[in-house]
Design a binder for this molecule. Structure first.
Ligand code: 5AD
Ligand code: FES
Length: 359
């Protein structure tokens, strides 16, 4: 398997826009065991070090509303779920974002359900206020919006946007998303690009009824999108959803192998160690940082709201506050022998695009 690994990593590093491996080749990597699996992790870690370096970008995630107009089959804040709803006031969001900066978060990620109360005007004034207060970068993660809205976000100072495609299997997508279409989500990713916002997307690993071949296709689909950031995490069955009670993947290493393969196929992308990995395994995020990831997203949501934003069960840090999470993150990163990145942490992809535009 070693030759396949090295071919993959060198090929993509030098010509990222060309050839990707085939589905059977990705499947072969997903099936690696024992020593071969360790070699896969080591290759991804080494490549990460060479391309994006040892510094870890710290982005504070602020979950500002758990209202959601959608009823996705897996999500703990879906419309028909029984959770108590909250919305943070615009002032409270801005204050918390500024606070997060003092805790060492150079980017603040504003995330909510699909909540129409936050109109484009409201969101733009929040983003503008946060940027004016000196927070180096703002990411929005507020669901599918129109191309016109995305352009307004960009003009207000929104640097990045997260919108996962969740699965590239159209039939499965339809089953678990009664309110949305796959085509519309992918269109939104293209509209983000046109609006010159850095694009983050990804999928859930191990959705019920997703075969290993679907996972291989998800990896390839994400890689073909040529993303600034690839955010993926394990699917975790939430008991109050239609997918409640569905099991985790038997081979737990598949979650980590997926992340390592994503790094090998996307040498220059930002790849976060997402929170759901800690719900899977207390050391989960650390392990992902050691098999390709270079971003950590501490939760900076005020403590009183945290229990109400559980997209999946067993979410870590629900009894902590932002300062505690930020402090814990610093310890974890230092413990891995890594350092925290300075600056806004824009993607390498967007930086080379800016250079080309200046020429
Ligand atoms: N398990 C894992 N991830 C989930 N998400 C939502 N619900 C779950 C769940 N039960 C993820 C989705 C969404 C992101 C914000 O959280 O991928 O895009
Ligand atoms: Fe809220 Fe899916 S349940 S976007």
């Amino acid at each position: 398997m070693q030759p396949l690994l090295s071919i993959l990593q060198q090929f993509r590093e030098h010509s990222p826009r060309t050839e990707l491996p085939s589905v059977p080749e990705v499947l072969a990597l997903l099936r690696l065991q024992g020593d071969d699996c360790a070699k896969l992790y080591a290759a991804a870690d080494k490549l990460r070090q060479r391309t994006v370096g040892d510094a870890v970008h710290v982005r504070g995630i602020l979950e500002f509303s758990n209202y959601c107009a959608n009823d996705c089959g897996y999500c703990g804040i879906r419309r028909s779920g029984g959770v108590t709803r909250y919305r943070m006031a615009p002032d409270e969001i801005v204050t918390q974002a500024i606070q997060a900066r003092t805790w060492g978060c150079n980017t603040v990620v504003l995330q909510s359900g699909a909540d129409p109360w936050y109109t484009v005007e409201r969101l733009c004034s929040i983003v503008r206020a946060i940027r004016l207060a000196g927070v180096p970068a703002v990411t929005l993660s507020v669901g599918v919006r129109t191309a016109a809205e995305l352009r307004q976000f960009a003009a207000a100072g929104c640097d990045r946007y997260l919108l996962r495609f969740e699965t590239s299997n159209r039939r499965l997508f339809r089953q678990i998303h009664p309110d949305e279409t796959f085509a519309r989500r992918v269109q939104c990713l293209e509209d983000l690009r046109s609006a010159r916002i850095q694009v983050g997307s990804g999928f859930m690993i191990g959705l019920p009824d997703a075969s290993l071949a679907t996972l291989a296709r998800d990896i390839l689909f994400a890689s073909r999108l040529d993303l600034d950031m690839i955010g993926c995490g394990p699917f975790l069955a939430h008991p109050d959803t239609p997918l409640g009670g569905k099991p985790q993947l038997e081979d737990r290493e598949i979650y980590f192998k997926t992340m390592a393969i994503l790094r090998l196929l996307n040498p220059r992308a930002h790849i976060p160690a997402t929170t759901a990995f800690d719900a899977l395994d207390p050391n989960g995020r650390n392990r992902v940082l050691q098999c390709g990831a270079n971003v950590f997203m501490p939760n900076v949501t005020p403590g009183k709201y945290r229990r109400l934003y559980q997209l999946y069960p067993n979410k870590p840090c629900v009894d902590e506050d932002g300062a505690a999470c930020a402090c814990c993150v610093r310890g974890r990163i230092a413990g891995l022998g890594r350092r925290i990145a300075d600056g806004p942490g824009h993607s390498l992809r967007s930086q080379s695009r800016a250079k080309t535009a200046r020429r």
